[in-house]
Design a protein around this ligand. Structure first.
Ligand SMILES: [Zn+2]
Ligand SMILES: [Zn+2]
Length: 229
């Protein structure tokens, strides 16, 4: 059972996996540069799973496909094992990175406790790495965080806006969500927990960090707001 409203591009599908009626809107340019019929996948539910609609040039739905969470995860992990030549330092780096992102991705896709698990990992790591941050105020620590993230290939901290009791910043290509498709949620829990503990441990203050935008939510970057007393 499915239908599409071609003017609003709204699709209604009964998901065979969760038995729910799923409604989503196709992006405006959905058919650009595609071979027809082409698949459009919508991720939803708990645990995550997907519904795929195959569309032709006139935006008719030709067929549908329902995937469990395993197929989402397999797609992300698809490139593992193609890291290059065994034994080189680059190989070692890349394997480590694909395994870590594989674990994070799998936690996000397969568990409902993703926030609890990833935030806890972030907090433990923050506690251990806090000693590498030397600044005596939040503004200074955010600069060190920018350097830490970049030097470890975790992503690019940009657009830092500093105020007296608030800092806004973006992370472009944040490693934690870099390999995820659009999950329609903000998912940078590890990053959040890490930074929170680094600041709180070093400065003895309480800070609250909110993720306002996330690439896992379809936004162009992850955007954070930080407030403290
Ligand atoms: Zn479903
Ligand atoms: Zn994010």
């Amino acid at each position: 059972m499915y239908k599409i409203n071609k003017s609003s591009r709204e699709v209604e599908v009964e998901c065979k996996f969760c038995k729910e009626k799923i409604v989503f809107t196709l992006p405006e340019n959905v058919g650009e540069n595609k071979n027809y019929p082409f698949p459009y996948r919508f991720v939803h539910g708990e645990p995550y799973h997907s519904v795929t609609v195959y569309l032709d040039k006139q935006l008719n739905i030709r067929s549908t496909e329902f995937g469990d969470s395993l197929s989402i995860s397999c797609e992300i992990l698809h490139n593992c094992g193609d890291e290059g030549k065994l034994g080189t330092p680059e190989f070692k780096d890349q394997v480590l990175k694909s395994w870590i992102t594989g674990f994070i991705t799998t936690i996000n896709v397969f568990t409902k406790d993703r926030e609890e698990i990833l935030n806890r990992v972030g907090r433990i790591l923050g506690d251990k790495y806090a000693k590498h941050f030397n600044s005596k105020d939040v503004q200074g620590i955010i600069d060190e965080f920018q350097e830490f993230w970049k030097s470890n290939d975790f992503g690019f901290v940009r657009n830092i806006t500093k105020k007296d009791d608030q800092i806004l910043f973006d992370i472009v290509d944040n490693l934690e969500v870099y390999y995820l498709p659009n999950m329609y949620r903000k998912l940078c829990f590890l990053t959040n927990g890490f930074l929170k503990v680094v600041i709180e441990k070093n400065l003895g203050i309480t800070v609250s960090i909110m993720e306002l935008q996330c690439t896992a939510n379809g936004d162009p970057q992850c955007r954070f707001s930080m407030k403290w007393d």
